[in-house]
Design a protein around this ligand. Sequence first.
Ligand SMILES: NC(=O)c1ccc[n+]([C@@H]2O[C@H](COP(=O)([O-])OP(=O)(O)OC[C@H]3O[C@@H](n4cnc5c(N)ncnc54)[C@H](O)[C@@H]3O)[C@@H](O)[C@H]2O)c1
Ligand SMILES: O=c1ccn([C@@H]2O[C@H](COP(=O)(O)OP(=O)(O)O[C@H]3OC[C@@H](O)[C@H](O)[C@H]3O)[C@@H](O)[C@H]2O)c(=O)[nH]1
Length: 341
Amino acid sequence: MATNGDHASTKPPPSPSPLRNAKFFQANMRILVTGGAGFIGSHLVDRLMENEKNEVIVADNYFTGSKDNLKKWIGHPRFELIRHDVTEPLLVEVDQIYHLACPASPIFYKYNPVKTIKTNVIGTLNMLGLAKRVGARILLTSTSEVYGDPLIHPQVESYWGNVNPIGVRSCYDEGKRVAETLMFDYHRQHGIEIRIARIFNTYGPRMNIDDGRVVSNFIAQAIRNDPLTVQSPGTQTRSFCYVSDMVDGLIRLMEGDNTGPINIGNPGEFTMIELAENVKELINPKVEIKMVENTPDDPRQRKPDISKAKELLGWEPKVKLRDGLPLMEDDFRTRLGVPRN
Ligand SMILES: NC(=O)c1ccc[n+]([C@@H]2O[C@H](COP(=O)([O-])OP(=O)(O)OC[C@H]3O[C@@H](n4cnc5c(N)ncnc54)[C@H](O)[C@@H]3O)[C@@H](O)[C@H]2O)c1
Ligand SMILES: O=c1ccn([C@@H]2O[C@H](COP(=O)(O)OP(=O)(O)O[C@H]3OC[C@@H](O)[C@H](O)[C@H]3O)[C@@H](O)[C@H]2O)c(=O)[nH]1
C-alpha cells in the first residue's frame, strides 16, 4: 500500500470493480479527468488516449475550459465528454480519477471566490465520495500556492506554508489546502488510494489567450506588439514548467506507490523582469516592457525543491523555458492569426 511516512492509512482500500479481474473481460482502465477541457487537463487527456487500453471520461463545466481543446477526441469510442459541475455529485464507474477541475488563473479564481471555494471543497468531497464508492484511485492537482508567500526557499513538501486565510487569493490557496486535508482524511479514514501533486506554474499551448497568467499575457502582448505588463516590483520570481513535462509527472505520480504530496515543477527560477526580457528577445525585440501595479498578496518567490519527485517518481523536467516559449508562440500565432514575419 502507498504510504507517506506517518500518513499511513488505517484501512485497506475499497475493492475495485469485480470486472477488473474477470477472466473474459477485456479490462480497460476507465479514467475520469475532471477539468479535462482545460489547459493541463486536455494535454493529460491526449496522453491518456494514446494508450489503447484507456477509456477516458471528461467532466467539465466549461468555466475556463473549452470543447475545442478536446475536439480531436469527440466521437472517439474510448472517449466521453460530460458537461458537469463537480460541486454536484457524479455517478460513473471508473478506476482512476484525475481531479483537476478548478479555475487556475488568479483573475478567474477571484472572479467568483465563493464558487472557487465550493469547487475546491464540495467538488473534492464529491470526487472522494465517488472514489470511495467505486474503489478508484484519485489524484488531486494541488498547487504551489499552498505555500503562500513562502518563508523558506526553495519550497519543500514538508513546509507548512505562509498563507493569508482572509485575503483575495484565499478562496484558491486555502481551498486547495482543505482539498489536501480531505484527501488525507479519506485516505486515513476510508482507505482511499490518494495521490497529491503540488503543481508549480505551468505553461504551454492551449492556455487561454486572455487567461491573465503571466506567460500567456506576455506572449499574446509580444505577438500583438502591446507593451509587456510587468507587475511591480518585477523582482518577484516564478519557476515555469512546460506542459508535456507536467503531464508526464502527473501520470508517474498516479501510477507510482507514493501518496505525495509531491512538488511537480521546473526549478529554473526567473524574475518577472527576466521573463519579460526573454519573451522580448525570442518573440518581438521591438516590444516595450512597462511596469504596472500588482495585485494583493502576490507571492514574492517561488521555486520547487523536486528532490522527492526525482527520487520517488524518477521524474524531472526536460524542457527549458527558452525552448518552451517558442512552442507556445506557434500555437498563439495560429490562434491570433498573426504569422511570423
Ligand atoms: N497551470 C498551472 O500553472 C497550475 C498550477 C498549480 C495548480 N494547477 C491546478 O491544475 C488544475 C488545472 O489547471 P489549468 O491550468 O489547466 O486550468 P484551467 O482553468 O485551464 O482548467 C481548469 C478546468 O476546470 C474546469 N472547471 C472549473 N470549475 C469547475 C467545476 N466547478 N466543475 C467542473 N469543471 C470545472 C474549467 O472549465 C477548466 O476546463 C487546476 O486544479 C489548478 O488548480 C495549475
Ligand atoms: O501580466 C502579468 C501577469 C502576471 N504578472 C506577475 O507574474 C507572476 C505570476 O502570476 P500568474 O498570474 O501567472 O500566476 P501565479 O504564480 O500568481 O499563480 C499561479 O501559480 C500557482 C497556480 O496554482 C495558479 O493556478 C497559477 O495561476 C506574479 O508575480 C504576477 O504579479 C505580471 O508581471 N504580469
